[in-house]
Write a protein that binds this ligand. Sequence first.
Ligand code: GLU
Length: 445
Amino acid sequence: MSNSEVRVRFAPSPTGALHIGGAHTALFNWLWARHTGGKFILRIEDTDLVRSTKEYEQTIMDGMTWFGLDWDEGPDKGGDFGPYRQSERLDIYRKYAEKLLDEGKAYKDGEAIIFKVEPGLDISFDDMVYGRINVMSDGLKEQNSDKLKDIVIIKSDGMPTYNYAVVIDDALMHMTHVIRGEDHISNTPKQILIYRALGFAEPQFAHLPMILGKDKKKLSKRHGATSVYEYRDMGYMPDSVFNFLALLGWSAEDHEIFTRPEAAELFELKRVTRKPAVFDPDKLNYINQEHLKRLEPMTRLNMIKPFWEAMGLPVKEHDDKWLADALTLMAGRGQTAKEMAEFADYFVSFEPVKARWDGKDISDERRGSLKEFFNAVLAVPEWTHESLEACARTWVEEHGVKMKDYAMPLRFALTGMKVSPGIFEVAVHLGRDEVRKRLEFYNLI
Ligand code: GLU
């Protein structure tokens, strides 16, 4: 470890899934580590033995892995400053608590160990995001009282408290920066007291803005999905969730759509704003759509396939390249993989088309002229977009009718939808036989 190397950590308590707030904190730490060429450490804060589970620990790691946050040291990876689970560090917390007791900086109250808060200490700090935060130890009072509130460091059950364990760990794991949610600003002065009492070097603190829903209230379940996996299961791409979360409280100058390496290069802790960030699902949709558009066709197909399969469509009956090209034809339609799968279902099977449109709204009179048109179109010598289009144009001109009155029923017969990519392109991709089959079904040829 070189002296200048940045070391940051994400320190979740495994008492629930990886929610948006946690993912956001993890992401900013990761960005700072990767931007500076430093280390990103995962530490599990599992001192709440009742609520912490190994399953939650695993889902948090899975969530981080899903959207591309890799860590350099952690409970599964090891590292020079482990163990990386607080429950495995109890003897370390005990040792430093004894030291504080010996030095008269802490006292016992039954089994508990309490850190003594001395009056008159300046525990102000410079937050990299919020600026100077002025606090005197005299401000740390008991509720509704003038008495200074000492800090419990070891509870009577032998477990360390958060404010104590976090300092021991951040110091012994050589954290250079502590980047976490702004809800921890009020904990920081207490932690600073403990750093000083133990003679540890203080890291730099950077608190991240709060995340609000569109109604400007603190983000909660009411605002929709709050865990990372819900977004995964809805068909959002990890790159988009990453991109979206990175823009909560930070902007990359004029870049709005970026990859992970691009974000890591552009990221600057000093550009993080303290203004609460608004979680706007429409923005996530837009970002996801942009990432879907930029995907390699085969990668895109692999994203869409599971959704088609879940819809019961016969994906295996088709050639992968052909399916991938169909999705390229979609040209960015659909904001999520699920939506794109739904919008493009007619390529995979005729069944959903039939389910959407029964063709009964076509009058007999109209059917006669549609049949003439479709027969002409089906007979083009070359089954290409250009010849289909040219044939259709000539036909409508000769008959003095409007293209849209003929293109629309064709769109319904092939897709069962009001909107689709250019219908002649769809027809070319489906192939002459399939188009004939669909038109026949509707008695349109
Ligand atoms: N376990 C704490 C939390 O999840 C960590 C806070 C910190 O980063 O210091 O809120």
